[in-house]
Design a protein around this ligand. Structure first.
Ligand code: DX5
Ligand code: ZN
Length: 221
């Protein structure tokens, strides 16, 4: 079985009790903390920035933090999130003037680097940077909000990216974000994903462990 990772998106957590929420979801079996950064410019919503990432580290969170930058421009935030203790930093290629440089900044800062593709963003952005990637994130909704419905054409895109990763020989995680839940995680995994962001499907329940266990049971089928 592939090395599957579950990455709850804290966008759907209770921000007034964020440290406790992250502790609880990790205790419930989550592998990675997915951290959505929105700037009311690249996407029509405004969330949290590097200070909150740093605060989670200071609070004692040791799990990998997967920072999904939905911001434009991206480079300044890369530096700030390296300082703030990010593990992964991913960004949308169309939001960076110099994709190669942004990727290089992330790795130079000791973090893992990734590119994010919106549902209609073409995959040609991968052409010259496969050796610089630790993660490819396919959005299965348009970014900006939690709780949206999974866009089915993502499955075909996942299959195409899985082929490219396997052909490249590089160790690159394939993450999917948006509308992932117990009912569709198995078919998303079958299409090639190994890392699953889920916000509302976990945080909008009153038992995080049951939600995560149910996802793992689907993945084990
Ligand atoms: C959307 C964010 C997602 C979002 C997923 O722009 O990138 O991470 O929180 O939420 P759900 O799982 O509810 O679709
Ligand atoms: Zn996200």
């Amino acid at each position: 079985m592939a090395d599957y990772k579950i990455a709850p998106s804290i966008l759907s957590a209770d921000f007034a009790r964020l440290g406790e929420e992250v502790d609880n979801v990790l205790a419930a079996g989550a592998d990675i903390v997915h951290f959505d950064v929105m700037d009311n410019h690249y996407v029509p919503n405004l969330t949290i920035g590097p200070m909150v990432c740093k605060a989670l580290r200071q609070y004692g969170i040791e799990a990998p933090i997967d920072v999904h930058l939905m911001v434009k421009p991206v480079d300044r935030m890369i530096g700030d999130f390296i300082e703030a203790g990010a593990t992964y930093i991913t960004f949308h290629p169309e939001a960076s003037e110099h994709i190669d440089r942004s990727l290089q900044m992330i790795r130079d800062g000791g973090c893992k680097a990734g590119l994010v593709f919106n549902p209609a963003t073409p995959l040609h952005y991968l052409d010259h940077v496969m050796d610089r990637l630790d993660m490819i994130l396919l959005m299965s909704v348009n970014p900006g909000f939690g709780g949206q419905k999974f866009i089915p054409s993502t499955l075909d895109k996942l299959r195409r990216v899985r082929e490219r990763i396997d052909a490249s020989g590089f160790d690159i995680r394939l993450e999917v974000d948006g509308g992932v839940g117990i009912d569709n995680i198995a078919e998303i995994a079958a299409a090639g994903a190994d890392t699953f962001v889920a916000g509302s499907a976990i945080f909008n329940t009153d038992d995080y462990r049951s939600a995560i266990d149910a996802m793992r049971a689907e993945l084990a089928k």
